[in-house]
Design a protein. Structure first.
Length: 146
């Protein structure tokens, strides 16, 4: 009877083992190692160049025009303006039985604007980059020209 029990116990152990499924999972560990494959050095230099450009310059010129009047006035006329002309009255005292102001002349100052293209020379500077590579580096470079 002992042997029957023993066989019954083995039988139940086998049934228990066969009813369990063992699952196995693999995992991966990734490490990154930095390896220097080359070097890049950048140098810049300043380039100077002379540039000449026409620049409009405006100046005012004044024309002096004497307009004779030779008439008597009671008071000296004030300075007045007509468009681009400034009128300044010149008076003098003259001896008569009574003293009166005589308008001798008017001075008309006429302004005109004159524009002349004048060359202007100036030194302009710009920078350029020089890239030196050693090893097997890949670098995207873009150059903008203005």
């Amino acid at each position: 009877m002992v042997s029957i029990n023993n066989s019954l116990e083995n039988n139940s152990a086998q049934e228990e083992l066969s009813s369990k499924i063992i699952l196995i999972e693999e995992r991966m560990k990734v490490d990154i190692h930095h390896i220097e494959t080359g070097k890049v050095s950048v140098h810049k230099k300043v380039i100077s160049e002379e540039v000449t450009q026409q620049v409009p310059l405006t100046n005012e010129q004044v024309e002096v025009k004497h307009v004779p009047f030779n008439m008597y006035v009671d008071t000296a006329p004030a300075i007045r303006y007509e468009a681009d002309t400034t009128i300044i009255s010149v008076v003098k005292e003259v001896l008569v039985i009574e003293k009166k102001l005589m308008l001798i002349e008017e001075i008309h100052l006429i302004k005109t604007a004159v524009t002349v293209d004048t060359p202007v020379t100036e030194t302009l500077r710009r920078e350029e980059a020089e890239v030196n590579r050693t090893g097997s580096t890949e670098i995207n470079t873009q150059s903008k020209q203005q």
